[in-house]
Design a protein. Structure first.
Length: 497
């Protein structure tokens, strides 16, 4: 893989082993790379007022485009891109300079080429969780499902991959990087717990060698994005969700440059709900900024509303339940997730400080935002203990992106909208697979047992079909909405028995 650091003209990059506490000065200049050759040519405009950071401190280039900043060993140097500038690579943060090796007090000289772009007020991104390939077979699964679908899309301005690109095998990172380079739209990447290099003091060193930085910020259109590394190591493979003091300071310094009315999108791997010091971050954010948090990690879709101004969307996993389960069409495991969601990602539309989002099942029609299960329609369900206990006329709707604030309504045969009740139970589609596992029907030969158990889904709603319905076929319409970016509908037919 060609290291994107070559796009940054870095001289005097000396070799030494990692030494705790070591740091060096970096000086350089930021310029408009008019001809796109990543070399400063005479006459190219030097850029002032461009923020640059080491992941903690932020400085701003002067009127000559010059800057100087002390960078600790194991940290990265990066510009905080204004909306009108970009870096000329497909994996954006791979252009940042990771300083993993140098001699203390050596002065590094780095020139930073930027290109001009036209800012957009309206744009769409793909938010993609946990590709998490463990071997070349799983890399093939990702290639012919997720990556194939992304290759066919021309409506995404960029992707953001929310961590766990690989499953604890850093040798597979070049495969993922090469996949991302082939996509139509550029990508930003987030560091996950399975992206770690467990045997070094700086566990993000391998990730940063390929992807430049594990935390950073940038602007796109009217939105400010902050990417955090909230995987805190306890040594070896042990970890928990925690944001380092350096990153808290970075966010504080960064937001001091961001207008209060600008939407802020925070991207990290472990959900904020499982981050121990989230209140430290929230105190820096304040009560007035509108913030959307995007996360992965849990291999299920989930949402949490922290306050009137801070909402979190856990986007699920593009590998589903770790590429397990029965192999279906084209030999790819179904990998249904524990909450009953299929393998997926999200598209998010931004319009100024407003946003909306849509669940996208991989290989599924974009309109499929939920699953509507009607009891008694499939004879197999009569053999599933968890489903036998349900009322014979019940309807269970799994709104994949629903939350505790979502309202769900059902309309049977156009007789009027009725509110459905939010419930906590195992999703029917999961209950069936668990029953097949327990009865040794699954896994079949050449498939892996689905990594599912009888735990509840957070986005299920229940209603009942009236006993008085006449005819042979009935119709159900569903609508679901809330004040935090969700508005979806669906419908199905059912047999009247």
């Amino acid at each position: 893989m060609i290291r994107y650091c070559l796009f940054w003209v870095a001289i005097l990059f000396c070799q030494s082993f990692l030494v705790k506490g070591q740091s060096t000065y970096v000086s350089g200049r930021v310029y408009w790379d008019k001809n796109g050759n990543s070399i400063y040519d005479k006459g190219e405009r030097l850029l002032k007022n461009i923020p640059l950071s080491n992941g903690d401190t932020i400085v701003v280039s002067n009127r000559k485009g010059e800057f100087e900043l002390r960078v600790p060993l194991g940290s990265s140097l990066f510009p905080i891109l204004p909306s009108k500038y970009d870096v000329p690579v497909k994996i954006k943060n791979a252009a940042f300079s990771y300083l993993g090796r140098f001699v203390e007090d050596t002065v590094l000289s780095i020139s930073i080429p930027l290109i001009e772009v036209e800012p957009k007020n309206k744009f769409r991104i793909g938010a993609i969780g946990d590709v998490q390939i463990d071997n070349l077979q799983e890399a093939s699964y990702a290639s012919k499902t997720l990556m194939k679908e992304l290759l066919s899309r021309n409506d995404l301005d960029f992707h953001i991959f929310l961590g766990d690109l690989v499953n604890s095998d850093s040798q597979l990172e070049p495969f993922i990087a090469n996949m991302l380079e082939q996509l139509n739209a550029p990508s930003w990447t987030v560091y996950g717990n399975h992206d770690r290099n467990y045997h070094t003091e700086h566990q993000d060193s391998t990730f940063n060698s390929f992807f430049g930085a594990s935390h950073y910020a940038f602007n796109y259109g009217d939105v400010h994005f902050i990417v955090l590394n909230n995987v805190w190591s306890e040594g070896g493979r042990s970890y928990f969700g925690f944001i380092s003091p350096e990153q808290i300071r970075f966010v504080k310094n960064d937001l001091s440059l961001v207008p209060e009315n600008k939407l802020v999108v925070i991207c990290q791997h472990i959900p904020m709900t499982h981050t121990r010091n989230k209140e430290d971050l929230f105190s820096v954010i304040g009560a007035s900024r509108k913030v959307l948090i995007l996360t992965g990690h849990t291999h299920r879709v989930g949402r949490h509303i922290f306050s009137d101004n801070i909402a979190e969307l856990g986007v699920g996993a593009s590998c589903g339940s770790w590429w397990t389960g029965e192999r279906y069409l084209y030999g790819v495991p179904h990998a249904l997730m524990q909450d009953g969601s299929p393998r997926n990602y999200f598209t998010i539309d931004f319009d100024g400080s407003d946003y909306s989002f849509r669940f996208k099942g991989i290989g599924m029609d974009a309109s499929q935002q939920m699953n509507i299960w009607v009891n008694g329609q499939d004879t197999i369900d009569t053999k599933v203990e968890m489903l036998q206990k349900l009322d014979k006329n019940c309807v269970v709707v799994n709104v994949y992106a629903g939350s505790e604030h979502t309202k769900v309504y059902m309309n049977i045969n156009n007789q009027g909208w009725q509110a459905m009740e939010r419930i906590k139970m195992t999703a029917p589609e999961v209950a069936r697979i668990v029953a097949m596992n327990r009865s040794d029907v699954f896994p079949t030969k050449f498939s892996r047992r689905a990594a599912l158990r009888s735990s509840g889904s957070p986005h299920l709603w229940m209603g009942n079909i009236p006993d008085t319905l006449q005819g042979k076929i009935g119709k159900i319409d569903i609508k679901a909405f809330d004040d935090y970016g969700l508005e979806v509908t669906d419908h199905t037919l059912f047999l009247i028995k």
